[in-house]
Design a protein around this ligand. Structure first.
Ligand SMILES: Nc1ncnc2c1ncn2[C@@H]1O[C@H](COP(=O)(O)OP(=O)(O)OP(=O)(O)O)[C@@H](O)[C@H]1O
Length: 234
C-alpha cells in the first residue's frame, strides 16, 4: 500500500532521514521505533508532505506522492495525527470533528459520519458539545484520532499517540488501534511504548540516526530484548 524507497529529508544542512526504505502493506499495523531524535517524526512529516525538498520515492497504491502537495495526499486516503494533536481552542468536540472532513468530498455525509465516529469513540460521544481543549490529554488524543478518521482514510499515520496519557486511556487506545485494523484501516505507528506497540503490530522497523537498522516481525522483536535495549531504550 505504502512503499518508501531511499527517502531523504534535511533540516537546512542536517541530513536527518537518510535513505529509508520500508513498506506498509494493506491491512497491517507497522511500528517505527527508535530513540528520541532517531528521525521518526520527520519521516512521518515527510510522508505527509510537510518537509520541503525530500529525496527518494514514496508510492501510495502505486502512485508517486512525494511530489504531491499535502492536501492531495489526504484526498488519496492518507491521514495523519501529529504528536501535538492540534485540537482547536474554542471549538467543541463536534466542531473539531467537522474539521476532519475533506471539503467537497464528504461534507454532505457529516451527520452520519459523526454518528459512526461516536460509536467507535464512546468517550467523545458523551462530550460532543464540550470544548475540545477542556478534555484530558488522553481524550484530546482520542479526538485527534477521531478527527483524522472522519474522512475514512485507508491509512493513518500516528505519532506517539500514547505519550503523556494516563494508563487506562492507553489501554483503550491500543484496543482502538486493533479495532481500526479489523475494520480495514492500515496503520503506521510511531511509538516509544515499545511493548504496547509491538503487541498490536504485525511488523516493525527500528530507526537509528536516520537509518533503518533492523526490521522484523513484531512478535520476534517483542522477544528480542537485546535489540530493544540497544536501539529503543530511552
Ligand atoms: N524543525 C527542526 N529543525 C531542525 N532540526 C530538527 C527539527 N525537528 C527535528 N530536528 C532534528 O532532527 C532529528 C530527528 O528528529 P525527529 O523529531 O524526527 O526524531 P524522533 O525520532 O521523532 O524523536 P522524538 O521521539 O524525540 O520525537 C533530531 O536530531 C532533531 O533534533
Amino acid at each position: 500500500m505504502l512503499k518508501v524507497e531511499k527517502l531523504d529529508a534535511w533540516y537546512d544542512t542536517s541530513h536527518v532521514v537518510q535513505g529509508l526504505s520500508f513498506e506498509v502493506r494493506t491491512g497491517e499495523i507497522v511500528t517505527l521505533m527508535g530513540r528520541n531524535g532517531a528521525g521518526k517524526t520527520t519521516t512521518l512529516k515527510t510522508l505527509m508532505g510537510l518537509i520541503s525538498r525530500p529525496g527518494g520515492s514514496v508510492t501510495f497504491d502505486g502512485q508517486e506522492i512525494l511530489t504531491q502537495p499535502a492536501h492531495k495526499r489526504y484526498h488519496l486516503g492518507l491521514a495523519y495525527v501529529p504528536e501535538d494533536r492540534r485540537i482547536v481552542p474554542g471549538l467543541t468536540v463536534r466542531e473539531n470533528l467537522r474539521l476532519g472532513l475533506i471539503a467537497g468530498k464528504d461534507v454532505k455525509h457529516e451527520a452520519t459520519r459523526i454518528e459512526e465516529i461516536a460509536k467507535t469513540f464512546p468517550r467523545l460521544a458523551e462530550r460532543m458539545d464540550q470544548e475540545g481543549t477542556s478534555m484530558s490529554g488522553g481524550e484530546q488524543q482520542m479526538l485527534a484520532i477521531a478527527r483524522a478518521m472522519m474522512s475514512k482514510p485507508r491509512m493513518i499515520l500516528l505519532d506517539e499517540p500514547s505519550e503523556g496519557i494516563m494508563p487506562v486511556l492507553v489501554d483503550e487506545m491500543f484496543e482502538l488501534f486493533a479495532r481500526m485494523k479489523s475494520e480495514g484501516t492500515t496503520i503506521l505507528l510511531v511509538e516509544q511504548n515499545v511493548e504496547r506497540a509491538l503487541n498490536v503490530s504485525d511488523r516493525a522497523y527500528i530507526l537509528d540516526q536516520g537509518q533503518i537498522v533492523h526490521e522484523g516481525d513484531a512478535r520476534a522483536l517483542l522477544a528480542d530484548k537485546d535489540i530493544q535495549d540497544k536501539y529503543c531504550a530511552v
